[in-house]
Ligand binder design. Structure first.
Ligand code: FE2
Ligand code: FE2
Length: 267
């Protein structure tokens, strides 16, 4: 496979977001090559708990070799217990056939996408576990839990966020995503109003409707959350978490703009 993505030298490509004697939460960020517009930048996360690994969202085919190399700096890929895909998009899991060969992990993905991931080239789905709409609790060896929390229609019909009870970090998939101009990327959100320039447009079109945003934001706000890590763009930490959740709760998007979106139809 040809590697067409290079790391941007400006920004680090991995960071330990949480660490104690039993548990590590590591962020990886991959960026498209400077000067190309073909790929959207993606974040991956790895949790290590008592020598077992939990990895999400694995990413697209073209980042596979880079991501595997980086993961291997922290854990033997054969120690990955679960690979989790928040939803079915190619930037989330088109690399899945390679990961299934490189690891012995099982893939957790919404039951809606069980028979669709095969189209990325996965012949054997015996290690693909369909997640029911209500989500799942994954017990870690330390006694902590990883929660796959429903986030359906935000933006995929079968969609989950991943909450780690030990670190209190929420991996939110495409919720909270930002797309930066080349060279403008930063790791943590510092000025929320400024950050909206990079994420508001994405949410208005890719998210379903205010009803679903509100439902999700109100449920998630009940959890103690130290950080929100989206699949694209920057991390919300500390007071930025509340800022983002209250913005998202009131967001009008998708179907709320149906008339506007269809205004220029030619048929
Ligand atoms: Fe997506
Ligand atoms: Fe995405």
């Amino acid at each position: 496979m040809q590697d067409t993505i290079t790391k941007t030298p400006k920004l680090e490509d991995s960071r330990i977001l949480y660490e104690d004697d039993e548990h590590q939460y590591i962020w990886f960020g991959w960026e498209e090559e400077e000067g190309t517009e073909s790929f959207v930048q993606t974040n991956q996360c790895l949790i290590l708990n008592h020598d077992q690994g939990y990895f999400f969202d694995p990413g697209g085919t073209y980042v596979f070799h880079h991501v595997l190399e980086n993961i291997a700096r922290y854990v033997n890929p054969r120690q990955l217990r679960y690979i989790i895909a928040t939803h079915q998009d190619p930037d989330v899991c088109s690399s899945i056939p390679y990961w299934m060969k490189a690891t012995d992990a099982e893939l957790l993905i919404s039951r809606l996408w069980l028979h669709f991931v095969s189209h990325f080239g996965l012949e054997d789905v015996s290690r693909v576990l369909p997640v029911p709409d209500g989500g799942v609790r994954i017990k870690l060896n330390s006694g902590d839990e990883l929660l796959m929390i429903p986030a359906h229609f935000l933006h995929s019909e079968g969609n989950f966020c991943i909450y780690d009870s030990r670190s209190q970090i929420l991996f939110s998939g495409d919720i909270g995503a930002a797309i930066f101009p080349h060279g403008e990327r930063y790791l943590f959100v510092e000025d929320f109003q400024q950050h909206l320039h990079y994420c508001a447009g994405f949410h208005k079109r890719y998210m379903h409707s205010n009803r679903l945003c509100r439902m999700w934001a109100e449920r998630v706000a009940k959890l103690p959350i130290r950080m929100i890590v989206p699949q694209h763009g920057a991390i919300y930490a500390g007071e930025q978490v509340g800022q983002f959740l209250s913005w998202f709760r009131d967001l009008k998007c998708g179907g709320d703009y149906a008339e506007q979106i269809y205004a220029n139809e030619r048929f």
